[in-house]
Design a protein around this ligand. Structure first.
Ligand code: CAA
Length: 389
């Protein structure tokens, strides 16, 4: 079919609090260069006691619903790997908070950090079937590792909401995708744990193998060549990973890997992730937002997106900004989302990190901390109670 399908609008939200890496480094004696340069992270978003993947997701999606209404939204796909329930989809709480129509399907998707790209691809298929409808795709995650573990410095939290439809105002997404799946244990989180387990070096190797595998398939499917792309957005578990990934891809393709070429291809995509940290499913789309917000006019110039989810599944595909897209960016709001966060000291961060939910079915109001538009007010009878301000 020749109808253009893609991302009509994109908005993101993060948390009430932020921990600067200087505070973590002062606590654990790490030389700050390791964080700022070695992994490329400045700070990490930390959820308040009354924030979670649902409050971030609703905050991310609310401006889209306010701008475009919800009449045409017949599907909500919520991608996450920091799920709050094994049965009920987190998107149903968002559907309720945003008063979306009852004639709607809502589902949650999981494959580590790759889930939102699966959601986006499924959405495009639905739009091709019925171009009049819109699909709300949400990626929302809290990245949490053990205190004092190597992964701790790569935590973060954010949600991205994308309104997907025909004749999109921002980006057209091309049908062709490069795919790669391999059974690896690089990063995982058993149901009984709330912090992820990771084999750091193995995860970096697995990621690089997936870059190669997905791009190989993309080329074999008749995809674009490297030179056709104006920029590349990679999943960013930490921003330095995008640099490793792009150098790996250039090497794989036999292209020049000089520093300036790499910086020109990916530099702008790291601006939000370096201060937010890993947001798992949302990360690659925060990279896209940062690129669109800062780049000169990219109209008609393809952007390569590489989505990676440990375990592992990866996909490489192309998105092209359409004429007039810059008028639809949310650059000011995006910067405000980052700047509104309150810095935590190390002790405050540690308290939040160590909080656990009592599993006794009692009435447990949460401390009112967030100034955001939605909050988790209580856990009562094993039910999560949300409220809109
Ligand atoms: N100044 C500058 N650079 C310094 C430095 C200093 N003072 N000290 C160290 N560095 C550099 C090191 O040389 C190294 O750089 P290279 O990778 O280029 O060699 C970098 O800082 C990191 O140092 P280490 O490798 O020693 O760091 P570490 O052992 O603490 O682990 C990590 C780093 C593996 C990323 C760890 O933070 C981790 O396990 N993170 C979680 C897993 C992860 O994010 N994996 C990414 C791929 S998996 C994925 O993408 C899915 C997902 O979202 C999780």
């Amino acid at each position: 079919s020749d109808i253009a399908v893609g991302i009509h609008d994109l908005s993101f939200a993060s948390t009430e609090f932020v921990l600067p890496h200087t505070a973590l480094a002062a606590h654990n004696g790490t030389e700050i260069g390791k964080y700022h340069i070695g992994i490329g992270q400045q700070s990490m978003s930390v959820p308040a006691a009354d924030e979670d993947i649902v409050t971030m997701a609703a905050a991310a999606a609310a401006p889209l619903v306010a701008a475009h209404g919800s009449d045409r939204i017949r599907t909500v796909v919520f991608a996450t790997e920091s799920s709050i329930d094994q049965a009920k989809a987190a998107g149903i709480y968002v559907h309720s908070l945003l008063q979306l129509p009852s004639a709607c399907r809502v589902v949650e998707l999981k494959q580590a950090c790759y889930g939102a790209t699966a959601a986006l691809q499924f959405a495009l298929g639905l739009i091709r079937r019925d171009p009049a409808q819109q699909v709300l795709v949400i990626a929302s995650d809290v990245s949490k590792y053990e205190l004092d573990s190597p992964g701790e410095a790569t935590q973060g939290a954010a949600a991205v909401a994308m309104l997907v439809g025909a004749d999109p105002a921002l980006l057209r997404i091309e049908d062709r995708s490069g795919l790669f799946t391999a059974d690896v244990m690089d990063f995982w989180r058993p149901n009984y744990r709330d912090a992820a387990l990771v084999d750091g070096q193995e995860s970096i190797n697995a990621y690089l193998q997936a870059v190669e595998g997905a791009f190989k398939d993309y080329s074999e499917q008749g995809g674009r060549t490297l030179e056709e792309f104006a920029a590349f957005c990679y999943h960013q578990p930490f921003t330095k990973m995008a640099y490793k990934a792009h150098r790996h891809l250039l090497n794989y393709c036999g292209a020049d890997t000089d520093k300036e070429a790499v910086e020109a291809a990916i530099g702008l995509t790291t601006a939000y992730n370096t201060v937010i940290g890993n947001s798992y499913t949302a990360s690659v789309y925060l990279g896209l937002a940062a690129l669109l917000d800062q780049a000169d006019d990219l109209t008609g110039r393809p952007i390569g997106l590489f989505s990676y989810g440990s375990g592992s599944v990866a996909e490489f595909f192309a998105a092209t900004p359409v004429a007039g897209y810059r008028e639809h960016l949310r650059t000011k709001a995006n910067r405000a989302t980052i700047e509104r966060r309150t810095p935590l000291d190390y002790a405050g961060y540690r308290d939040l990190h160590q909080r656990t939910f009592p599993g006794d079915g009692g009435d447990h109001p949460t401390e009112a901390q967030t100034t955001g538009p939605f909050r988790l007010a209580a856990l009562r009878d094993h039910k999560r109670i949300y409220e809109a301000r």
